[in-house]
Design a protein around this ligand. Structure first.
Ligand code: FES
Length: 56
């Protein structure tokens, strides 16, 4: 599933990046470009990040 349509970022890519240690939103933004355009993906990306961070 696409999380960020502007940048074509999938949920899988996002979870993989978080697993690699990009556990802060600004890191995901910098590395993947998520939320760097329209910003509509921010709530979903934040929710995925919170979910992954809660696992560890
Ligand atoms: Fe992610 Fe637009 S959908 S910046």
């Amino acid at each position: 599933m696409y999380v960020c349509l502007c940048k074509g970022i999938t949920e899988r890519q996002l979870r993989a990046a978080i697993a690699e240690g990009k556990t802060e939103f600004k890191q995901l933004k910098r590395e993947l470009g998520v939320s760097s355009q329209c910003g509509k993906c921010v709530p979903v990306a934040m929710a995925i990040l919170a979910e992954e961070n809660a696992k560890v």
